[in-house]
Structures are given as C-alpha cells and as structure tokens.
Design a protein around this ligand. Structure first.
Ligand code: CP
Ligand code: NVA
Length: 308
C-alpha cells in the first residue's frame, strides 16, 4: 500500500490534515496494526510534556522504538523549561538535536511558537485547545468497528474541551455527523465549530446543543471525557452538579443506536462523566481505543519522518 507522505510537516491541529490525508493515515495505522506494513526509520523523537501523561507518553515512545528510533523525555521538570527558559530559545536548540518533537502544554499559542522556531516537525500531544493524536486513534477505532466513517453519527457528551474541539474537526473531515451536548458556558471553541462546519460542508452535520438525550438519539458512537481537564482541577468539585445531566450511563445509552459503541480518551473519573457499568459494558471499546494510540501515532510518525 502507498504510505501517506506528511514528510517534514507539523501536526498542530487535526485541520492540518486534508480529508484524504486523514483517511490514508487511518488506513496505514490499520495496516500497521495488522502487521501488513512494517516501516523503519532511525530518528530521534523528543517528548516535551508540561502536563501528566500515561497513554500519550508511552504510546509515542513504543511507536518510535518499534520504528527503530529513539526517544528522549524532555519533561519540564528535568529540563531548563521548568526553570523558565524561553520557548523561542528552547525550540531553536532542540531543533539542532532532534528529528521530531511532540509537545504537551497549555496554550495552543505556545505550541505554535515551538513550531515556528523549530524547523523540525512539531506534533500536538495535547493542548487546552486540541488533542489531535487522540482523535486519530478514536477514528481508527470507529473505522475498525463499522468498516467506514462517512455517514456515521458521533455524539460527544460533556465539557466542550480539547477533545470536543478535535472531535469536531476529525468527524467533519471524515464525513461523520458530530453532535456536541454541553452545558451553557462550556461549549466547544466557537472558531473551531465554524471551521468544522466549513469542513463538513454538505457532506455531514455539525450540531452543538445543551440537550444530551436528544443529541444521543440513534448515534453510533457515544464519547465523553472528564468534566475538569488538566489545569482546571480547582473547578472539579463545582462542576459536578453542572455536568451531572451529561453523565454517560445506561439511561443515556438507551437513546443511542442499538449497535452504538462507547469511547473515552481516558483517564476517566468513574461515577462522574461515565458509570462503571458503561465503561465495563459490552458497548465499550475504550481499551481498543487506548491501544490504537500506538498504531495511529506510529503511522503518523512514519509519515512525518518519511520512514520506509
Ligand atoms: N488520552 C490521553 O491523552 O491520555 P494521557 O493523558 O494519559 O496521555
Ligand atoms: N480533556 C482532558 C484530556 C486528557 C487526555 C485534559 O485535557 O485533561
């Protein structure tokens, strides 16, 4: 199969990919998962993470090792980043050592500064605005289950956060209908909603609502995420009553398509945004979804680094 070429490109937002590139990347990830494609590149990936991570850190590391490359952990606490060295200096120095840099930080603007000062490819490993690598794995999981993406409906129930934003873009690019049910004051980013609407065009629908039950009607994919993201821990308690009607539980699932699957990017707060019963139930593909982080990011790295 042909390997999608993203050689030298950044991935700061899911919208950096065209619809065709996204589909080719998902197909490559599926082929790599099945062992049908084996690509190698002896390159070095840096992980500069200013927030905690289990899945992203480990899946990026294992992906790079499986490609024959190396990984350096540039956690803020072990580099001068933690002592306030300016981003514009760090970016230009790391550019001289590394082949690719994955950044997890707060402001999207900081990620963009890394990308504009480092000539090497920069990958968004999560910001407050977006989590594109997670959505690559999510769409891979949906495609695995349903055999296709176009025409399916995904409902995201909960906080209009980085996951909601990237799912809006990813679903629109893939020709899926996307509905986001979030309380007033917690809607997804308005500019990203507009961007998703433009990407969807007349191929699929984008709906933002406060009504979780109406949004879930006949959806094939039910998705949720924590009610307070990293950096918002001080709001965790006060958000619980606001978000309670947005819990993914058996009652909400009864409104979805009978064949619906449940996804969660993890980590989950069981008993808050999702019940134990749904998480452990037969509709949950959450563990396959987590595994697919590895395959999707391996495909992404291989494409960006020109592995052969
Ligand atoms: N889903 C996700 O990105 O998990 P981590 O925060 O553990 O990397
Ligand atoms: N919205 C969550 C996602 C974690 C993977 C956060 O930003 O903390």
């Amino acid at each position: 199969m042909s390997v999608v070429s993203l050689k030298g490109r950044d991935l700061l937002s899911l919208a950096d990919l065209s619809a065709a590139e996204l589909q080719e990347l998902l197909n490559l990830a599926a082929a790599m998962k099945l062992g049908k494609v084996n690509l190698q590149c002896q390159k070095v990936l840096g992980l500069l993470f200013q927030k905690a991570s289990t899945r992203t850190r480990v899946s990026f590391s294992v992906a790079m090792y499986q490609l024959g490359g190396q990984v350096l952990d540039l956690n803020a606490s072990v580099t001068q980043v933690g002592r306030g060295e300016p981003t514009i200096d760090t970016a230009r120095v790391l550019d001289r050592y590394l082949d690719v840099l994955a950044v997890r930080t707060f402001e999207q603007q900081e990620l963009e500064t890394f990308a504009s000062y480092a000539k090497i490819p920069v990958i968004n490993a999560l910001t407050d605005l977006e989590h594109p690598c997670q959505v690559l794995a999510d769409l891979q999981t949906v495609q695995e289950r349903f055999g296709q993406l176009a025409g399916l409906t995904l409902v995201y129930v909960g906080d209009g956060n980085n996951m909601a934003n990237s799912l809006l873009l990813g679903c629109a690019l893939a020709g899926m209908n996307i509905r986001v049910a979030a309380p007033a004051g917690y809607k997804p980013d308005a500019a990203i909603v507009k961007q998703a609407e433009a990407l969807a065009g007349d191929r699929s629908q984008v709906l933002i609502t406060e009504d979780a039950i109406a949004a879930t009607q006949n959806a094939q994919v039910v998705y949720t995420d924590v009610w307070a993201s990293m950096g918002q821990e001080n709001q965790a308690e006060s958000r619980v009553p606001i978000f309670q009607p947005y819990q993914v539980n058996d009652e909400l699932m009864s409104h979805a398509d009978r064949e619906a699957i449940v996804l969660h990017c993890l980590p989950a707060h069981r008993g808050e945004e999702i019940t134990d019963a749904v998480m452990e139930g037969s509709q949950s593909l959450i563990w396959d979804q987590a595994e697919n982080r590895l395959h999707a990011q391996k495909a992404l790295l291989a494409s960006i680094l020109g592995a052969s």
